[in-house]
Ligand binder design. Sequence first.
Ligand code: CUA
Length: 193
Amino acid sequence: MHTDTHTGLDSPKGNWWKPAHKSEKVWVGIAFAWCMVLFAMMPLWHWKGGQNPSGIRTRTTPQAFGARVGEFIKQYQTGDDRGMPIVTPPPGADVYLAAVSFQWMPIIRLQKNAEYTLHLSSLDVNHGFSLYPINVNFQVVPGYDYGLRVTPNASGDFRIICNEFCGIGHHMMVGRVIVEDAPLSAAASGATR
Ligand code: CUA
């Protein structure tokens, strides 16, 4: 009986099983070698690249982190901007910044060239910390306190933009970091607008 259809049980007709051409083998070899290079670069960039800072990561809960942010605000608040507290921690302090749909809380006022430990966490869903216009990006994940050692090296009034889609207000989720040149005085008011 003659039939034109094939099933997986029959070998297809024709000369399809020719061995790979030499140039194809060469390209497969090059691709494999490049895969190995990129594979080696992953750990190498972590240690030598400088763009993957090793933070201090600890477990937390949204409740505990929210309470810690509240304590931080209470301790160092120096003003507010339309209801959002402006907090001025002293150089060397632990800074707590919470992402919560759809805000960054609080507004942080820092001193240029002073070192801080910036703790990031989310009180609900995943958010993305993106310091604008400087290209600094971090995932902000609920349940983890991600502590980064930061030393602001430029003064200005920066925006934190959320770069992880988090819901209906994602595009409005903008926070604020103020970096000042002069040493911060304890008596400074938060009226910076
Ligand atoms: Cu928060 Cu998008």
